[in-house]
Each structure stands twice: as C-alpha cells, then as structure tokens.
Design a protein around this ligand. Structure first.
Ligand SMILES: [Zn+2]
Length: 501
C-alpha cells in the first residue's frame, strides 16, 4: 500500500472524468457586490463574549497551521516506513478497563502508581485513558485471537494519543502522541534488531543527526532473579540514604531503583552491580546475537547497563534512543522499547514472546526544531481562480471543481474581495498560478493564466487549461525550494531517493 502521488492522483481522476470544460454565459457582465461591511459587528460581539470563553484542558495542545502539517508529514512517513517493514496498522480504544494497565504495565511502575488518568464511567466501571500503547495492543491480540493467525509473527504498529495525569505544575503534557510497533509470536533476536532499526530509520529519515542508541539486556527470568538478589544485598545497607520511593522499590521491584531520578547521581547508585554480570549463558548468547544483527543493519549503538526501563514487563533486550541535541534538557529520551516475553501470559494468554518500542512524536518534533531541520512540507497551492462578475463566479465554481477532481490544488475567492485583494490573497496562499476569469475571454473560450513567479501571462484555450497547467507546474516544481537541506532528509538523501511520501 502506498499513498498515491500527485501524478497518480491526476491519472486516477483523468480516467474517470471528461476533460473538457464547457462555458455558458447566462447573464452578461453582471457585477457581484463586493466588500465586507458585516465584519465590524462580528468582531465587536466576539470581544464582548471573550470572558465566557472555554479553554483547553491543562497539559494539552491545539495543533494547527504549519505545525499540523508537520504532524501529518510524520504520520505519513510512519505509515510508509511501517508498510515497507511489513507492519499492519492497529487502532485500539483510547480508554480501557483500569485493570488492564494495572496488570499489564505493572503495579510498581510510576505510570500506574502515580500517573494514570482514571475515571469512573456512568456504569460505575473503573476506566483509564491509555497511558501507553502496548497493553491495549496485547489485549486486542488476545481478544481477537491473533495468535491463531496463519501469518506469524504478528507485526503491528499504532500511532495515537496517550494520557497521563501529570501534576499541572510539572509542565509535562497530559495528552501526548506516541507511535509504536509490537511484534508478537517470535523470540528471534533478529526481530529485536529489526524493531530497533525501525525507530532509528524514522529518526534518520526525518533528518535527525544527533541520536544515540543505548542498548542493554535484562536477561531471562533466572538471570534477573540472580541480579535482583544482588541488588537487594547491595542496596539494603544503604537504603536509609535513599529516597522514599526507593525504599518501596527495594521491596517491590529493586530493578526500578536504577531508574530513580532523585538518587541517580549518588555514589551508591554509581557503584551498583550491573545486570550484564548476572546474565546466564543463554541470555548472554542471545544478547550477542542481537548485537550481531544490529551490526549487520549498520546501526551504531552503545551498551549501557544502566538502562532498565520503567515498566515491569521487559526481559532480554531493552533500548533507548537519546537526542544528543543541545538544549534538550535531561528528558532527552526520544523513544524506547524492549522485549516482553511474559506480558501476554500476565494478561491471561498463551505464552507468547513480544518485542516493541514507542516514540513520542512531540519530542521528535522538538528535536527537529532544536536541530533546525526543516521538513520538506509543500507549501502553497497550484492555482488560484479569480473572478469578479456573477457569471465569472458561476464559471469559477465549476472550473475549481473540475481542476480539483483532476488532482490540482486549487483555491478561489469566497468573501467577495476586490480583484486587487484577490491578488494579495493568492500571494498569501503561495499560489503558483493565477487563473483570471474574464467574461470576454470566456466567450472566446479562453482563460488568462498568469505565472505568479515570472508574472508572465498567457491566454489559454479552455480545453487545454489542464494540460497547460500540468506542464507549467512540472517546470515550476523542478525546484520549489521547499527543502533547504543538503542530505539526510527525505528529498535529498541518496539512500532514500525513491521514498517520496
Ligand atoms: Zn530514589
């Protein structure tokens, strides 16, 4: 599956629609009333009502304008990349029964103990707005018995909003968007490397340069039990010097102590035993395999034994992708994930290995901003259709429709502006061509087309308007200056030259 290119759209429509445009003059030279006298009153009313305005909830964002286009661009890139890797899209509910997250994500994780956005619905059911994507996907995998599908493993990806009840003063978002993938039904280390490579390739394709991949292995349960023992032995004599949370963690899940943001810089923490020293032979061998495949995929990484991840369900491979951009602060993890070979069982399913990751798209866009990377977002439209009289307007309505159906991006006048003001509007919309409708020309079956860059004007026979526009646009689009990067982005990297999205 692939998003049709502009070219393909044109042929698509062309095959279905007749190409000829007919012109009928019904009333001669009737001039439309113009001006916008009603605007003053509307503004006044709006000012009056400002006091009653409803604002968005704390920690949420309105995304519009060029920002919204950036999000759309990333969404398309994600669809394209995941499709190439053979991942199928999945959409799960934004809220689920609270129990799913408590059992799935784990009682001892911060996400569940402090941050879930819980509510009781009108039927007295405990519900939670999803704080992450994996639990819902695994629930769906089980409920829909995807483990019985003939095509194993099941490779899925999601892209949607997640919710966390952060304290408002923390400045962190309550609504965030995450993209993630999950692979269920194989324990092959090759998949660990593939999943990491998807994350890395998304960052590469948007042009991000300063990223670092940290990997670690938490081993199998046997290894982790050995390690847990060692951690308890090590931290118990020091626990009074550590934060309150760590005291609880020591009893519930000592691995989580290593994630502590309060005690992270202490000597005690720095000298803590590392998991890699406690891996049994098979876990060690598995980790070597993952590293081998990462090497084959040409992915630079660093083994960082400090990475344990904040969720209960991981084993073996865990990884984080860090932004190495100045001004990003301490919260510099762009995306992270790992293997979860026991989550499906925890949620009541058959023993099924899994591997996945999630990345925050808001953080990705922030990293792009910090690196001053401009996404190749096409701004501007193909043509602006201008008119003055009512008969010209009637013709404009059909012409605009016909052009749009044939794949052109076309705008026209909606507010009765003067011709002069329409020129300005066309400039604001960055229109490449102007179609100046004029009753006299129309009677002669002609339309005046102006190249808005060169200001060159041509009278074109109505039947040839589309051919003419198409040809002229091709010339303009050879270099539209929409991307200022030399390489690394979607339009200039050799590696991804054919990957237009
Ligand atoms: Zn602590």
């Amino acid at each position: 599956m692939k998003i049709p290119t502009k070219e393909e759209m044109k042929t698509l429509f062309r095959n279905r629609k007749s190409h000829s445009l007919r012109y009928q003059v019904k009333e001669k030279n009737k001039v439309a009333p113009r001006g916008n006298s009603s605007f003053g009153g509307a503004t006044f009313l709006f000012e009056e009502r400002r006091d009653f305005m409803i604002t968005k909830p704390k920690g949420c964002h309105d995304i519009y304008g060029i920002e919204a286009k950036k999000w759309k661009y990333i969404d398309r890139l994600i669809d394209e990349v995941c499709t190439r890797y053979g991942y199928q899209p999945i959409r799960t509910p934004i809220f689920e029964s609270s129990e799913l997250f408590h059992r799935g994500v784990g009682e001892s994780s911060d996400i569940v103990t402090k941050e879930t956005y819980d509510f009781i619905d009108r039927g007295d059911r405990k519900m939670t707005l999803r704080p992450e994507g994996t639990a819902g996907v695994v629930r769906s995998y089980l409920e829909n018995k995807m483990y019985g599908d003939a095509t194993q493993p099941v490779k899925l990806y999601y892209n949607g909003t997640m919710y966390r009840y952060e304290r408002p003063q923390s400045g962190r978002d309550r609504e965030l968007t995450q993209f993630g993938v999950e692979v269920l039904g194989t324990d092959d280390p090759m998949i660990d490397a593939e999943v990491i490579s998807i994350a890395v390739n998304i960052y590469r394709l948007v042009g991000l340069k300063g990223i670092k991949v940290n990997i670690n292995s938490l081993g199998d349960q046997e290894s982790r039990n050995q390690y847990r023992k060692a951690l308890v032995e090590y931290f118990t004599p020091h626990i009074d010097e550590m934060c309150e949370d760590c005291k609880v963690r020591l009893e519930k899940n000592p691995l989580r102590i290593l994630d502590c943001k309060v005690d992270c810089d202490t000597e005690i923490m720095k000298n803590a035993p590392i998991i890699l020293d406690y891996l049994n032979e098979s876990s060690k061998e598995r980790f070597e395999q993952v590293k081998k495949y990462l090497g084959l995929l040409d992915i630079d990484y660093e083994v960082n034994p400090k990475i344990v991840r904040g969720l209960d369900y991981y084993d073996h491979t865990v990884f984080e992708v860090e932004a190495m951009v100045e001004g990003f602060g301490s919260q510099n993890v762009l995306g992270a994930g790992g293997r979860y070979n026991h989550l499906v069982e925890t949620l009541g399913g058959p023993s099924t290995p899994g591997m996945g990751f999630a990345m925050g798209l808001g953080r990705l866009l922030l990293a792009l901003e910090k690196e001053e990377i401009k996404l190749p977002i096409e701004e501007g439209i193909d043509a602006f259709v201008m008119y003055v009289s009512d008969t010209e307007k009637d013709y404009a309505v059909t012409l605009v429709q016909e052009l749009r159906m044939n794949g052109f991006q076309v705008e026209t006048e909606y507010t009765g502006r003067s011709l002069k003001a329409q020129f300005k509007q066309a400039d604001r919309l960055k229109s490449k061509f102007l179609l100046l409708l004029n009753d006299e020309d129309l009677k002669n079956n002609e339309i005046k087309i102006k190249n808005n860059q060169t200001k060159e004007e041509t009278l074109v026979e109505i039947d040839y308007v589309m051919y003419y526009l198409e040809e002229m646009l091709e010339q303009v689009e050879v270099d539209d200056g929409s991307c200022n990067q030399e390489d690394g982005c979607c339009c200039h990297s050799d590696e991804i030259d054919d990957r237009k999205i």
